[in-house]
Ligand binder design. Structure first.
Ligand code: TXA
Ligand code: MG
Length: 320
């Protein structure tokens, strides 16, 4: 199959209407998208990603008017969050309506929904008569792609079309919030910080641990992984010393004079800006992962704001 990369939303809509899965840009990461009402197309997403069928997909909408088509019994706090953060990197897990195929929600009574903040994808969603289900456009357990070239590397010859929306602004997946008796619970740390969520709805429980039947399998311990062994540490220079003689990559947040001690170094943000660090995270990991390193040493970020979300991803990348 020939894989086309283009900015044409008409072309994108054409393939979607034919029942194909295509790649779409969002402000977080690229997604592998298909018509939520076309079960064969949805199943093809699971096959393409080699994703287990018990791992539900997020439904992407373009306007509040589509919300009632997808979800019901919507808690007041969900409306507050949606009003504040949509379009944007917030996924709400809500009771689903009858029309949502079980394959999307993995048989659960709930469904994840978000309104992405990317002009091309919003334009695409407005031009078609169905919402799009879209997980991140990476094979299962691999690093999420934040530009069209990475998507192409992963799926060349397997999907017909990549909608080219450039680099993803946020660079890390959406924050997922669900509800237990109308009380918000944070299921996945992401591009909106816990602090920002709490500013709107008060203190939230963070269920970001990896229990055996995770509510959000994005929370599985091993996930978001480079193939190179990765170590997460507070003390980069000690770790480098321990691995002396090995071909090392360093992913760091603080500037240092350690560049000469390693084969390759990536500084997440020169200004120690957490947004910039999130934007760079996955692409830098991809670059380090392609250098045949023996080990990647990653420096822990400060545990505040997006630092928490980035540390979460690095922790998962580091787990055996
Ligand atoms: O930023 C994002 O959210 C990106 C872009 C493409 O929108 N999508 C994304 O999708 O990260 P994915 O499939 O890689 O991760 C979605 C997470 C999964 O961990 C899934 O288990 C969880 O959302 N999820 C979806 N529906 C759910 C539900 N009904 N209950 C609990 N978790 C759910
Ligand atoms: Mg994913």
């Amino acid at each position: 199959m020939f894989t086309q990369i283009s900015e044409s939303t008409n072309q994108a809509a054409h393939f979607l209407k034919l029942g194909k899965a295509i790649a779409i840009p969002t402000e977080t990461v690229y997604g592998l998208a298909a018509n939520i009402y076309d079960e064969d197309a949805i199943r093809s997403i699971f096959t393409l990603k080699q994703r287990p069928l018990n791992n539900p997909l997020i439904v992407h909408i373009h306007s509040f008017s589509q919300l009632n088509e997808i979800a019901q019994n919507i808690p007041e706090a969900a409306f507050k969050l949606a009003e504040k953060f949509w379009p944007g990197p917030l996924t709400l897990v809500l009771d689903k309506t009858q029309g949502i195929p079980d394959v999307i929600s993995a048989g659960k009574p709930t469904v994840g929904i978000r309104m992405p903040n990317h002009s091309l994808t919003l334009e695409l969603l407005q031009s078609i008569s169905f919402p799009l289900a879209a997980p991140s456009a990476n094979p299962f357990m691999r690093i999420s792609p934040t530009n069209p070239e990475r998507v192409f590397e992963y799926f060349e010859g397997k999907i017909p079309f990549v909608l080219d929306g450039g680099e993803c602004a946020n660079g890390i997946e959406s924050t997922i919030v669900g509800f237990n008796n109308n009380t918000p619970i944070l299921y996945r740390l992401g591009a909106i910080s816990v602090e920002e969520i709490e500013d709107i709805v008060g203190e939230v429980e963070v269920m970001n641990n990896e229990n055996s039947t995770p509510n959000a399998p994005g929370m599985m311990k091993k996930h978001y992984s480079p193939r190179t062994k990765l170590i997460l540490t507070d003390n980069v220079s000690d770790e480098i010393e321990l691995h002396k003689g090995e071909k090392m990559g360093l992913l760091c947040f603080n500037e240092s004079n350690l560049e000469d001690s390693v084969f390759s170094m990536k500084l997440l943000s020169k200004d120690q800006n957490l947004e910039e660090a999130a934007h760079n995270l996955y692409e830098f990991l991809q670059e380090l992962d392609s250098q045949d390193l023996e080990i990647i040493i990653a420096e822990k970020l400060p545990n505040l704001g997006l630092g928490n979300s980035i540390n979460d991803r690095l922790q998962r990348a580091a787990s055996e």
